[in-house]
Ligand binder design. Structure first.
Ligand SMILES: [Fe+2]
Ligand SMILES: [Fe+2]
Length: 273
């Protein structure tokens, strides 16, 4: 199989421009700048995947806005864009505004194959909750899906990460039931896991499978603080190469002021990313 290169973005947190802007930053501008960077790469990615927290507190109008921005950017870049849901997303608004379907609470997970590589996009978002979980219905679907190997292996995309981080505070944001994911992928063709949610790069093995969380497109979080969350004006994405059955991840940084734009004190409020 020919090597495949794709871009893994996460945590775009956009709303309609000018509507309740998070940290007074223009997240649509950040997303467009990131796509412009992808367009300047010497080798164009084969596709783009975004692993959740697509909107900040999105309603249907925000998802329509996101869809129109992504439609425009993907046609400029000339590659498909796939998306997953995160804890900031709302299934019904996403279905109505982004997918242009009936606004139901149906979970959003699927698989696609690009040049022999199977991309499995999961839904770890639980309506109304900050934490993430894979429910039994989805796990059953995943086990069935993975029962047949793909030519070029499988990469799973999910919002809530699964490998330990630097601090117990960050660890409290991991997937609630990683053991169920581990059991579902054991002995299958899964060669990598890609996630977001924690807004910082975090790379390790998960039951022998490489797992990489990317920093956010919208902002980063300083990863060493255990009593507060420091939201930083920076951005980034991961370039992912699949070659000879291996997933190789290149974290790519984007310019930003690097200033802490907000500090969320843990003694004053619940964790929020
Ligand atoms: Fe996020
Ligand atoms: Fe999140």
């Amino acid at each position: 199989m020919e090597p495949i290169l794709f871009a893994h973005l996460t945590d775009t947190h956009i709303n309609v421009t000018g509507k309740n802007p998070l940290f007074q930053m223009d997240m649509t501008k950040k997303l467009r700048e990131l796509f412009a960077e992808l367009g300047k790469l010497s080798r164009k990615p084969d596709f783009v995947v975004i692993s959740g927290d697509l909107t900040q507190d999105g309603d249907t109008e925000d998802y329509r806005h996101l869809r129109s921005v992504l439609d425009e950017e993907k046609s400029k870049l000339g590659v498909p864009v796939y998306v997953a849901l995160g804890n900031h997303d709302t299934r019904s608004y996403f279905r109505e505004g982004y997918l242009q379907e009936e606004p139901t609470e149906e979970s959003y997970y699927y698989s696609v194959t690009e040049k022999g590589l199977r991309l499995v996009v999961l839904n770890t978002q639980v309506p109304g909750q900050h934490g993430g979980r894979l429910d039994e219905e989805q796990l059953e679907w995943l086990r069935k899906e993975l029962a047949t190997p793909a030519t070029g292996g499988t990469i799973i995309v999910h919002h809530h990460p699964v490998v330990p981080t630097i601090t117990p505070l960050m660890d409290s944001h991991l997937l609630d039931n990683p053991q169920d994911l581990a059991a579902a992928i054991e002995g299958t063709d899964v060669i990598g896991l890609l996630s977001g949610h924690i807004h910082c790069n975090n790379i390790s093995l998960f039951h022998g499978v490489p797992s990489a969380a990317a920093t956010g497109v919208a902002f980063g979080i300083e990863p060493t603080s255990n009593d507060s969350m420091k939201f930083v004006d920076n951005s980034g994405y991961n370039l992912v190469l699949v070659k000879e059955g291996q997933m190789i991840v290149h974290p790519m940084a984007m310019a930003g002021s690097q200033q802490v734009v907000f500090e969320w004190k843990m003694d004053a409020a619940q964790a929020h990313s």
